[in-house]
Ligand binder design. Structure first.
Ligand code: FES
Length: 149
C-alpha cells in the first residue's frame, strides 16, 4: 500500500510497487489527463508534477511515491474553470490532435512554479522533452508565452 497525495487529496493505492504512476493514475484513480504515448520516457505525453516538478509518469514506479504530492492535469483546473496555463493553451488554440497538450501544460506548470517569468530560451528548454507529432510547435510556444505572462 502506497500513500500519497493526488491533486490535494490523500489516496492509498494497493498495487504492484513496480506499477508505473501513469497506470495508477489512469487505471486505479480514473484520472485520464496524463496520456500514454510511448511508455518509454521519450514523448512527454504522460508528464505530471511530483512535489511541484515535472516528471515522466510512465517511468515512475508506485514504490517511489510514498508521501509524495502528485498533480495531474485535473488538478490545474476544470473544463468550466481552467487554470491559467490551461486557459492560455485554449486561447491560443494550441491543440491539433491534442494528445500531447496535457503533457505540455504540465511541463509549463512545472516551469512556472520554479521560474514565474521564464524567457523564450527557458520555455523552449522546458518543453524540449515533450513531442508533438502534429507539428503545432509555434502555437504551443505562443500558448506557453501567454501562460508565462
Ligand atoms: Fe511517458 Fe511517452 S508515455 S514519456
Amino acid at each position: 500500500m502506497v500513500a500519497m497525495t493526488v491533486n490535494g487529496k490523500s489516496v492509498s493505492v494497493d498495487a504492484d510497487p513496480e506499477t508505473p504512476l501513469l497506470y495508477v493514475l489512469r487505471n486505479e484513480l480514473e484520472l485520464n489527463g496524463a496520456k500514454f504515448g510511448c511508455g518509454l520516457g521519450q514523448c512527454g505525453a504522460c508528464t505530471v508534477l511530483v512535489d511541484g516538478k515535472a516528471a515522466i509518469s510512465c517511468l515512475l514506479p508506485l514504490a517511489a511515491l510514498e508521501g509524495r504530492a502528485i498533480t495531474t492535469l485535473e488538478g490545474l483546473g476544470t473544463a468550466e474553470a481552467p487554470g491559467p496555463v490551461q486557459a492560455a493553451f485554449i486561447e491560443e488554440q494550441a491543440a491539433q490532435c491534442g494528445y500531447c497538450i496535457p503533457g505540455m501544460i504540465m511541463r509549463m506548470a512545472g516551469l512556472l512554479a520554479e521560474t514565474p517569468e521564464p524567457d523564450d530560451e527557458e520555455i523552449r528548454a522546458a518543453l524540449q522533452p515533450n513531442l508533438c507529432r502534429c507539428g503545432t510547435h509555434m502555437r504551443i510556444l505562443r500558448a506557453a508565452r501567454r501562460a508565462a505572462g
